[in-house]
Every structure is written in structure tokens, then in C-alpha cells.
Write a protein that binds this ligand. Structure first.
Ligand code: 1GP
Length: 244
């Protein structure tokens, strides 16, 4: 079964899904392998692999460890067109629809499309929406775009709707890695209420309480990276809250 069909099935049966974000620059071999084992034991649904920059050329090595340690599907979450690996199972084909930088909306996609077409990767198109979260984030700086203000639910709703109407398969509300505050619960609620495709929420989620609130507000998939890097034991706790 394809990754996307699996996501849709789980959404249809009301099962919330947890993604562990692995940034190959931030973790060493031993830490990745420990994170992978904990993720498998905790029933984590997917891995996203990527970062704003990759400085250490460890993308392939990181995916290899995840694939050798677990059966959890590995999905590329590329910060740029250089972050490509045929060892993964799928790729989020991200369009930064909260911004007005043509390169992030379609330019980079044109460049990478022929290479991705040749690959065995499952391509999952995704409307990526950066939401203001208290301080400038790496995505905001690197993409040269402005985030949607966190109190502007109407802008977020219309942007997500436009993404769905353009045929994107997922919408991702992103506060940014290590964000001070996650995406507000009220924005999650409003966006989910107007969408019929699955909703991903990530950035700044640090506790089981926050994870549970965001799921209850309507997120179908939660993405957590920083909190698990700092405290891998949280994986089990948050996975059990999300899956309960
Ligand atoms: C970042 O949404 C992800 O792209 C995860 O963010 O690292 O803050 O969990 P954190």
C-alpha cells in the first residue's frame, strides 16, 4: 500500500499519526539508531528526514540506519533540492504556499521534477504553510518569505483551501523547528474545519499535553523533532497519547 493511501486510511478511521523528524546534521549514528529503536517500540507512523541545511553529508547514512533498524516508512522532507536520496520511501513535494517567493512555489520543483521522476520515491505533494511563532525561524530566513500571522485564521483557511483546490494532497501548518510556540490550537481547528485533505502540524511541540490539544483540534499528523532530540524518552509518552 502506498504511503499516501495509508495516511488516508488512518485519517478515515480516526487514527492520529506521529512523525519523528530526523535532522541528519543534529544527530550522530548512535543517536539515530537509538531514536529509531524507540520509534519502532512506540509505534511511530513515519520518519521525516531533512533540515534547512545539510552540512555533514549524512543524509544517505541516516536513512540507511533508519531502514535497517525499523520498518517505519522514511519520507524525505527536503529543505532544498540538494536533499535527495533514493534510499527513502517517499518525498514530500513541498510548495511554500504561505509565501510569495516563486522559487519556493514552483521554481525549485521544475528543477527537481525530472530527477524525482526517475527515482523510485513516492511523491506526495504538500502545501507547506509557515505560521508566525514568536521569533524568526530558519525556514523564514532561508525561504525569504513572511509567515502567516498567528492570529489570522482567515488567511490560513483561505491559503489551505487554495492549496487543496490546486490538487495538493496534504497541508502542513509549520511553526518552524524549535519554535517558541506551536501553531495555535484555534488555527488548527479552523483550517481543519475547511479542508478535506489530511492536515499535518509541526514546530515547537514539546509535551504530551500540547500534542493532545493539537490532535483534538483536528491535526491528523503531528511532526516532532527538537523535543525528541533533547529527550528521546518522550517518544513513547507522546506516541501513546496520540494513538489513544
Ligand atoms: C520542523 O515541524 C518540524 O519542520 C518539527 O519542529 O523541531 O520544533 O519539533 P520541532
Amino acid at each position: 500500500m502506498s504511503i499516501y493511501s495509508n495516511i488516508l486510511d488512518k485519517v478515515a478511521s480516526g487514527q492520529k499519526q506521529l512523525v519523528v523528524l530526523v535532522d541528519p546534521d543534529k544527530l550522530g549514528t548512535r543517536e539515530i539508531s537509538e531514536l529509531a529503536k524507540l520509534s519502532a517500540d512506540s509505534g511511530v507512523d513515519y520518519f521525516f528526514v531533512g533540515g534547512s541545511l545539510l552540512i555533514n553529508n549524512q543524509l544517505d547514512a541516516c536513512i540507511k540506519i533508519l531502514k535497517e533498524t525499523t520498518d517505519i516508512p522514511v519520507i524525505l522532507f527536503p529543505g532544498n533540492t540538494m536533499q535527495m536520496s533514493w534510499k527513502a520511501d517517499g518525498i514530500l513535494f513541498l510548495s511554500l504556499i504561505s509565501g510569495r517567493n516563486a522559487e519556493m512555489l514552483i521554481g525549485r520543483h521544475v528543477i527537481s521534477a525530472p530527477y524525482i521522476k526517475m527515482s523510485p520515491l513516492e511523491v506526495i505533494s504538500c502545501g507547506y504553510m509557515l505560521i508566525e511563532s514568536g521569533k524568526q525561524t530558519a525556514v523564514q530566513y532561508m525561504s525569504n518569505t513572511s509567515p502567516i500571522p498567528s492570529d489570522k485564521n482567515d488567511i490560513a483557511i483561505c491559503t489551505a483551501l487554495a492549496g487543496e483546490m490546486l490538487g495538493l494532497k496534504l497541508i502542513y501548518l509549520e511553526a518552524g523547528s524549535g519554535a517558541k510556540e506551536p501553531v495555535p490550537v484555534s488555527m488548527v481547528e479552523h483550517v481543519k474545519g475547511s479542508l478535506s485533505i489530511p492536515l499535518i502540524v509541526g514546530g515547537g511541540i514539546r509535551s504530551a499535553g500540547q500534542a493532545s490539544e493539537i490532535c483534538k483540534a483536528g491535526a491528523d499528523i503531528l511532526v516532532i523533532g527538537t523535543a525528541f532530540e533533547n529527550n528521546p524518552a518522550l517518544i513513547k509518552e507522546i506516541a501513546s497519547v496520540i494513538h489513544s
